[in-house]
Ligand binder design. Sequence first.
Ligand code: FAD
Length: 325
Amino acid sequence: MARKVLVLGEVRDQSLRNVSFEAIAAGKTIAEGGEVVAVLLGDNVSALSTELIHFGADRVVAVENEKLQTYTPDGYSQALLSVISEENPEGIVFGHTALGKDLSPKIAARLGSGLISDATAIDVTGGNVVFTRPIYSGKAFEKKIVTDGVIFATIRPNNIAPLEKDDTRSGDTNTLSVDIKDLRTIVKEVVRKASEGVDLSEAKVVIAGGRGVKSEDGFEPLKELANVLGGAVGASRGACDAEYCDYSLQIGQTGKVVTPDLYIACGISGAIQHLAGMSNSKVIVAINKDPEANIFKVADYGIVGDLFEVVPLLTEEFRKLKVHA
Ligand code: FAD
C-alpha cells in the first residue's frame, strides 16, 4: 500500500545531521512506493533542501521563521503540526535524537496517534510495516506493527543505511509560511559542552574512556586515536563522575546510546548500565588490565593490558595504515 510519509530533516550548525538521510531511507520503506516528503524547520535552512532530494526525498517543505532558529518544543511543534495538517501524511519519521525524543511524543499526543520509538530496523512483511526495537537495555528485541492511524516512528542513528546520494535527482522544494505564536520559552544562548568534531551519537567510530583513564589528561591518547580514525570520544559514567570529562560524553543507560561500526572501550569495566548504551555496536574492542573485566564478555576483540601502552600503539599503527592506504 503506497503511503505519503513525512520525514524530519534535522539541522545542526546549518548542516543536515546524517540521521536525516537515514530517516529518508526509513521513510521510503514505510511509503512502499508512495511519496517521501522531507520537512525542514529553521531560519535560513531552505538551501539544504537539495541535499535531502539527493538522498532520496521526493519533495521538501521548508518552514522558515526566525522563531525556529533554535529548537523549542513550542515553536517546532507549531510549525510541524501546520505541515502535518497541510500534507496529511500516513507516516512520520524522526531521528531518535535529543530533539526527536523530545518532539515526537508531543506531536503524537496532538495527533492522537501511537509512537514506535528507537527503531533499529524496518521491514515490510505480509503487508505490514514491521519495526524492530531494542528492549531491556538492548538485551532483547521486539517487533511491532501499527494497526491503526498514522505510522509514527523514531529511528536510532547509525542503524538504517541511508540511500546512495544521487546528485542528479530532482524534486519540488516549497516554503510554507507558518505564523508561530508566542513561545513560552526562548533560548537566549547555547553553551556547547562537548568538544567540536564528530557527533558522538552519529559517529562511526567511538573511543570511550572509563575510570581507568585516571585523569582529564588521561583522555589525551584517546582523543589522538579518535582523531586518526575520524571518530568521537565517549566515556563511562565512572569517568564523568570522577570529573575526567563532561557528562555530555557519557554513554549508557542514563547517557547516550551509540551504535558505531567500531567501539573501543579503554579502562571501562563493563557495568550493565554502560553496556546498555553500547552493546549493539557492530565491532567492540576492549582494552583492560583486568582479564576478568565484564566488558570482555561483549567484546569481539579483547586486549588485556595497560591502556596507556596499548592506545598509543594502536594510534601509531592506524596512522601507518592511513599513510599507506
Ligand atoms: P570502573 O568500574 O571503576 O572500571 C574501571 C576499569 O578500568 C576496571 O575494569 C580496571 O581494570 C580498568 N583499568 C584501570 N586502569 C587501567 C589501565 N591503566 N589500563 C587498562 N584498564 C585499566 N555507567 C555508565 O557508564 N553509563 C551509564 O549511563 C550509567 N548509568 C547508571 C545508572 C544507574 C541508575 C546506576 C546505579 C549506575 C549507572 N552507571 C552508568 C554506573 C555503572 O554502574 C558503573 O559504576 C560505571 O559504568 C563504572 O565506570 P567504569 O567502568 O569507568 O569504572
